[in-house]
Design a protein around this ligand. Structure first.
Ligand SMILES: [Zn+2]
Ligand SMILES: [Zn+2]
Length: 338
């Protein structure tokens, strides 16, 4: 089965300098571009959508500046995948969504689960619906790279963050996680990497793409070492600080087999704002992962419904557009050859 990989950075036109995506400067003349428009910079947009799985010919170099049918379709699918109004043109919400930092995993995956009977969009899997195939209940081991960690956070703090993130998933499915010192043989291998780190998906510096991981049963879990990772916003004052626990929880979802959901409140939604904390699994996350692994016998959906999750869920069922989003990076996936 091919391995699906997260893309870890925005295209060059979306390169992030400090906290301001440079391409926001392009917004004025790209804004409201629609089919038939011929605007300098459209070719760069095509590269962007191409890299993130919304256009074929991912690595085509001869994109034109015409806003053609394929691009309109890509924009529409991008909007649909992010819970935006589907207009097929570059409205301001779409443009700002593209400019924001996010996860590197692709958005366009299995669409058959995208709509429920009620037309509600929901959880998504990778093509082929890969999952860990061991006998239930299973235990997956994880380890931190002995060489690629960050120094400004203590190892004990980092370990505590990941332990909490793993436990959120293990509380809902019959899969448990155990840390091991044996990095080479761990099922899930976690490390912080800078720029080009050997998997053809170089990281991009501050913001942009924050992390990427692989679908089952790869276990590779990479975080961008250039981010200002935070375990506590009380002590970490940076305006571009990213909550490590939120990203860890999200990436574990990928490692288990979940792709990006269009449900904005869910952990598996692809974007996260700096200084935002989003660690509680939502109904969409739980239903998605339980459809792969079954339910943890100790899990009660009532506990989920009684919490504020149900509030979030009902908000989602409405037509809320309360988020102004920042991406974890754009998502697309590669049919990886390794
Ligand atoms: Zn992701
Ligand atoms: Zn990587």
């Amino acid at each position: 089965m091919p391995e699906y990989m997260t893309l870890d950075r925005l295209s060059s036109v979306l390169a992030v300098q400090n906290s301001t995506p440079t391409w926001q400067n392009m917004e004025n003349y790209l804004l409201n571009a629609r089919r038939g428009s011929h605007v300098t910079g459209i070719s760069e947009l095509k590269k962007y959508f191409s890299r993130f799985g919304y256009l074929r010919s991912k690595y085509a170099t001869n994109f034109t500046d015409e806003f053609d049918f394929a691009l309109e379709s890509a924009v529409a699918r991008f909007q649909s995948n992010h819970g935006l109004s589907v207009t097929g043109k570059l409205d301001s919400k779409t443009v700002s969504q593209m400019a924001a930092p996010r996860c590197g995993v692709p958005d366009t995956t299995i669409s058959s689960t995208l709509f429920t009977l009620h037309g509600t969009k929901r959880y998504v899997y990778f093509p082929g619906k890969p999952r860990w195939t061991r006998r239930m209940p299973m235990t997956l081991t994880y380890a931190f790279s002995p060489d690629y960690m960050i120094r400004y956070l203590s190892l004990s703090d980092i370990k505590a963050v990941f332990e909490r993130a793993f436990s959120r998933w293990s509380s809902v499915i019959p899969v448990s996680f155990a840390e091991t010192e044996d990095y080479a043989y761990a099922d899930i291998r976690i490390g912080f990497y800078s720029g080009d780190h050997g998997d053809s998906e170089p990281f991009d510096g501050v913001l942009g793409v924050l992390a990427h991981s692989f679908s089952p049963e790869s276990g590779k879990f990479h975080l961008d070492a250039a981010e200002r990772w935070a375990v506590d916003f009380g002590s970490e004052k940076s305006t571009v600080a990213i909550d490590l626990e939120s990203v860890a929880t999200h990436e574990i979802g990928h490692l288990l087999g979940l792709a990006h959901t269009p449900v904005k409140e869910a952990v598996m939604y692809p974007s996260l704002k700096p200084r935002e904390k989003k660690v509680d699994l939502q109904l969409d996350d739980v239903q998605g992962v339980q459809a792969l692994y079954g339910s943890n016998p100790n899990f009660s959906v009532n506990s989920l419904l009684e919490s504020d999750i149900s509030t979030n869920w009902s908000v989602n069922l409405g037509n809320s557009t309360k988020y102004s989003l920042i991406f974890w990076g754009m998502v697309f996936y590669l049919l990886s050859s390794f």
